[in-house]
Write a protein that binds this ligand. Sequence first.
Ligand code: 5AD
Ligand code: SF4
Length: 439
Amino acid sequence: MKKLKTFFLETYGCQMNFSDSELVEGLLIRGGLTPASEAEEADLILVNTCGVREHAEQRVFGRLGLFKTYKEDSPHKLLAVIGCMAQRIGEQILEQAPWVDLVLGPDGYRKLPQLIEELTGENHSQLAALAFEVSETYEDLAPTRKNHLSAWVPISRGCDNFCSYCIVPYVRGRERSVNPDSVERQVREQVAGGALEIVLLGQNVNSYRYGDTDFAALLRRLDGIEGLRWIRFLTSHPRDLSDRIIEAMADCEKVCEHLHLPVQSGSDRVLGLMNRGYSRAFYLERVAALRERIPGLGLTTDILVGFPGESNGDFGETVSLMNEVQFDYAYTFKYSPRPGTVAARKKEELSEEEKSLRLDTVIQLQRSHTRQALHSLRGRVLEALPVQKAKSGEGILQGKTRSNFNIFLSAGESCLGRVVRARVSGNTGMNLLGELAEG
Ligand code: 5AD
Ligand code: SF4
C-alpha cells in the first residue's frame, strides 16, 4: 500500500466545526502529512460535516459522489467523513457510499492517526469510530491556525440544552467545559503568535463552568491578558445570560460590544414547544438590560421559521419581536426536521411554500433593519481591525468593527492588522464604509 503523503480537509457548518478542523489539521501535520491545495491531488480526503439541517447533509452526499470519481482514478486514496453528520448517520454513510473508508465522530479525532494507519494496511475494511468520550476537550492538542490576527479558542464542547428541533446534543454529546488554566494558556499562546482578537467558542458559552469559574469569571480573567485587544464569544443562550455576565461584558475593556443571542421565535407558545427555557418577555428584558449596560452593542440573532405547529399568529409574533428589537443582523433558517429529535415526531402542517414565504418575509425585514442600523452609525467613530486588502479597490481595507459590522476602510496598508479608529462615512446594504479618524 502506497504511503499517504498529503491530505485535503473540507469543512461545513458552524465555527466550532471550523475550529475542530484546525485541530484535525494539527494532528495530521504532526503525523507527517502535508496539506494539498486540491482534493483531487490528496491521498487522504476528509469532509468535516454538519448535521443541523438536511440541506447540509445533502451537499455532503453530493461531494462524496465527486470524490468517488477521484478514487476510481487513484484507488490508493482514502476518504473520511468526520464530524456531526458522521456521528448522526455514520453507519448509513458507509452503506450508501461504500467507497467511504472512515466515519469519525466529533469525540474521536484523537484516534485519527491510528485509524489512518489501520486503513493503510493490507485488505482493510471500512472503519467507524463513533463513541462519545464525555471528558474529551482536546485542550492539550495544538491546532493549526488559518488566521493569525483572530483565533478561535473552544471553551466548551457538547450541549445539554435539548432544544426540541436540534440535533447537536445527539451528535456532540454532553456539555463539558475546558479548564480555565488551559483556556488562558491557549489565549496567551495565540497572543504571543500575533493574535489581537480571540473568539471563545461553545454551543452555549453562557453555561460554561469549571470548578468555581463561571463564564463571567472567565471573561474577567482573560481581560487581564496583556497584548490581547478584543474578546468575542459564540454562542450565547438567553436563558443563561445572567446579570453577572452582562456586568462582566460591561466592565471588561477587551470584551467587544457584540452579542449573538439566538431568539429563534417571538411566540411564547412556540418557544415552549422548542424547549428554549425562556419567554418573549424574558428575552426582551435581557435585551433591554444589555443595551442599558453596554452602549453601542451590536446585537445579532438566529431566527427559525416554520417550526411544526407555528401558526400565522405565532409567526406574526416573531415579526413583531424583530421590529421591537431591531437586530443588527439575523441568521434566518427554515425548519428542517432532524430524525431523533422531539420536534421531528410532530406532524408538519406547513407546506414548503409556506415555510419559504415566512423565510422570505424575515429575510426582507432583517435587510431593512440592518440597513437602518448601518445608516444610523454615519459620522460615528468606531474601533476597527482591518485584516485584508479589499478586492473592491486600491487603498481600501476590509475588516470588522468591535460591534461586529463589516467595514471597508480607506486607509494605507500600514493599517493592516492594527486596531484603528474609523469614522463611518457611509454604508452599503451589509457593510459600513469609513475612513481613518484623527487621533
Ligand atoms: N432546522 C433549521 N434550523 C435549525 N437550527 C438548529 N436546528 C435546526 C433545524 N432542525 C438553527 C437554529 C440555530 C442555528 C445554529 O441553526 O436557529 O440557532
Ligand atoms: Fe456545528 Fe451543529 Fe452543524 Fe455540528 S450540527 S457543525 S455543532 S451547527
